[in-house]
Design a protein around this ligand. Sequence first.
Ligand code: AMP
Ligand code: ZN
Length: 456
Amino acid sequence: MKLFNTLTRRKDEFVPIQPGKIGLYCCGPTVYNFAHIGNLRTFLFEDFLRRGLEFLGFDVTQVMNITDVGHLTSDSDEGEDKMEKGAKREGKTVWEIAQFYTDAFMSDMQALNILPAHHFPRATDHIAEMITQIQQIEANGLTYQSGGNVYFDTSKLNDYGKLAQLDKQALQAGARIEVDPNKKNPHDFVLWFTDSKHGNQAMQWDSPWGRGFPGWHIECSAMSMKYLGKQFDIHCGGIDHIPVHHTNEIAQAEGATGQKPWVNVWMHGEFLLIDQGKMAKSGDNFLTLQRLVEKGYHPLDYRYFCLQAHTRKELNFTWEGMDAAKNARRRLNDKVLALPDGGAIDASSLERFKAVLADDLNMPEALAMVWKLLDDSTVPDADKRATILKMDQVLGLNLGQVVAVEIPDAVRELVKQREQARADKNWALSDQLRSDIEKAGFSVKDTGDGSVITQL
Ligand code: AMP
Ligand code: ZN
């Protein structure tokens, strides 16, 4: 199998540390708000990866962290703590915010048919592991204390920034004006905050350096090593993590153990854009899965939409694109439903499918192969069905299943209003509401037993 490795910037032959076994770590959500569909694109990519590796016969242990402390609004050490921000916004405690958005995240994952990771460690449950790792880094002479905080001294590592291929000289010369006067070098980062501007942070713990809270990056190096060992195979996230978060995770892990490389393969998902722009956590282009459902799409329509682009390519979200994905998924499902049972897997189609997965997980090509197989007159229909259902173990589209349609609350509300309009004999309003319901992707029929809603 070949995988594109951000460390080497090329497709490398993948060799697991232990034959047949893979340790896979994926940076998870910061649970201060709903995940937006850009975040979900990255989690879908990681699910395709996990399923693809398992399909090719590897025994995968996947870990995804839940960030519930320490992540500031910038990925470095500036700005407000995201959890505090969420708590202020909603008038709740940070702990309530964390629980609410963790649950929301899990329900999005389930709706998208994303397999649950084997471990979902929460940062706040692993403060002791983080403190131990900071102590190891400190014992290796790579830290300093300044302004009450513990910093990682990046100038002590001669390969700091290798993942991002940061050219240190160029960066130092052109570095932005440093906002944190406590830092010795522009790339230094906080391992443990104590006496900083975040003094009244609700989440605080005792530590050898004083009461405070961890910097964001330390949770991932500490927790991944707890569950996957000191060195492991694959680490993933979105491309925005390359220059700061993952770069700092490597510094911490290798700084703590001295063993290199900490992780063999780094894989990064390209961004989802909305109308060619960057997705913001606020504003009009903040789209959640729930919003798509309210607009009449099934969560798996979004899964299909993401399958159409390679992970290493930007993907532009448009409503037209979503409509096309919705229609294509429905057509595909109908075709598979119409195929007879009782066939055998077509070995040569399956081999080709595996080859496509083994080539850096080419999901658009894997999806295209399913369509090609449907048109292949040399394969009996029942065998097509058996083969496609097997392939769907990776695609995760629940093909061949009659899916119960979930009617969004907003549509139910329109139907209720329409029933009232009909009772009032307000036919103009009733017609208007019917058209609104259809725009949301549903049709309504009036029967003796009331309104029957079906998906268009
Ligand atoms: P966060 O909850 O902000 O920590 O982000 C969760 C994951 O989503 C990370 O792996 C990010 O790199 C990724 N991510 C953030 N924005 C986007 C986007 N627009 N498209 C794809 N992935 C994203
Ligand atoms: Zn991380």
